[in-house]
Design a protein around this ligand. Sequence first.
Ligand SMILES: Nc1ncnc2c1ncn2[C@@H]1O[C@H](COP(=O)(O)OP(=O)(O)OP(=O)(O)O)[C@@H](O)[C@H]1O
Length: 481
Amino acid sequence: MSIPGLGQIAPQQPVTSTTRTITLRPFWEWRFEVPHSSATNAGANVRLTSGTAERDGTELALNHTYTFPRNTKSKLLTYTGATLEVNGECVDRVAQYNTPEESPQLPLLNLHFALQELRGAAASRKPHTGYNNDSSSNSGSHGDRGGSKAPGPRVMICGEKDSGKTTAARTLAALATRVGGQPLVASVDPRDGMLALPGTVSAAVFGTVMDVEDPAAGFGVSGTPSSGPSAVPVKLPMVYYFGRETVDEDVRLWKQLVGKLGSSVRAKLEADEAVREAGLVLDTPATSLAKGDLDVLEHLVKEFDVNIVVVLGSPGVHTELQRRLETQRTAYGETTTLILLDKSDGVAGRDRDFTKFTREAAIKEYFFGDAKRTLSPFTQSVSFDDVAIFKSPDGSYNNQVALERAEISAEMSHWTLAVMNASPNDPPESIRQAPVVGFVAIADVDEDRRRLKILSPVSGRLGNRPMVWGRWPEPYINLLG
Ligand SMILES: Nc1ncnc2c1ncn2[C@@H]1O[C@H](COP(=O)(O)OP(=O)(O)OP(=O)(O)O)[C@@H](O)[C@H]1O
């Protein structure tokens, strides 16, 4: 049980240049926030000078200075006790717990150990045979594998907005990776964008350490292959483009894309023994008790063969899901276990300015890199008639109308488009549901000469691949400015 607010000292005012020493006892958390209004742009520098500490499951190296950039809200936690040296601009506080049992981290840690046991059990089962995975199948059509051997745990994390879902998913993945596991991690919350720009759903194998300094703590675009060096081994995500902010803006399309992602996940669990053993961690969109939200979660349980559902801080959602899932079985014949965990009182709320800054920073980082690695994107001037840009016809919510070719217009300026792994001549529906190979940004539109200036992370002809112009994230002004 966590006791909200127990022993916390009042938040400090932003400190600009003094170096401070923070001493943490076991299970204490150093909670910090680097404001996006930080004047210096330098962020906060933190050095672990003794003991051990981690950010969302990934350990910090001793005596290495980490820089947390603007717009980071997070915590460093220690299980053993630690001393930190902190310098730079941040608002921080220490959450103190008299015993480990009071820490909101303990239930998550216990969950990790329980998952490790299930992974061990999966390893002792032989992989199943005879299941013919159809990766082109759509939602719900993945068949019964009752006779086959189940993979390791498929854990879905759900809860209300700002309940700590993504942090829990990242921590469980990092802890599994630390003991040599290679779990799949999937995010179907288009607001976040895991290892990809917002507006997407994605999945990747996490078999290596995450980037502690990333504002998204290893889920950001800096963790993917780029033309520059990388601080940590990159992950290779499977990405599908939704192009909307919330699921309810186009439930049908979201379900189709989740179906594609589910097929990719099943194929990966099937093909790779280490991944099969470690299973899946699934991060979900924020949920209320509304019927539509619960339908979304139920859909995910089926699509990803979820056998463990973790509900953070919402007894109502827990009870309702329990009722809905009681009689259901996974494709491996398993029942689904529901676990209700307290929401940590440390989870930070994020207002619209914060999330907008985060999105814009992700887009900028995708093309230009960050303080640690500068990328040099390519700018190409192309005739509009030599590229294939698709969009949904205006007003066509819930996907009743197929994609159509976009007409050139100044409105395209500064939008980010998804480049699809398809041919421009494919049917619009196939284009829409194709995997994403990358993103480009429209830097300028010349309607008179029918030319576009397009920014892309790599060189290469753009006409070979169709591009999709969504409705979200909003255009990022002045990428080249
Ligand atoms: N114990 C903590 N101390 C300080 N910050 C925390 C703590 N736990 C989580 N955070 C931060 O709080 C913010 C929200 O957490 P998180 O993204 O995990 O919530 P979420 O439920 O996934 O949010 P959403 O509903 O928007 O998807 C993040 O910036 C995260 O790093």
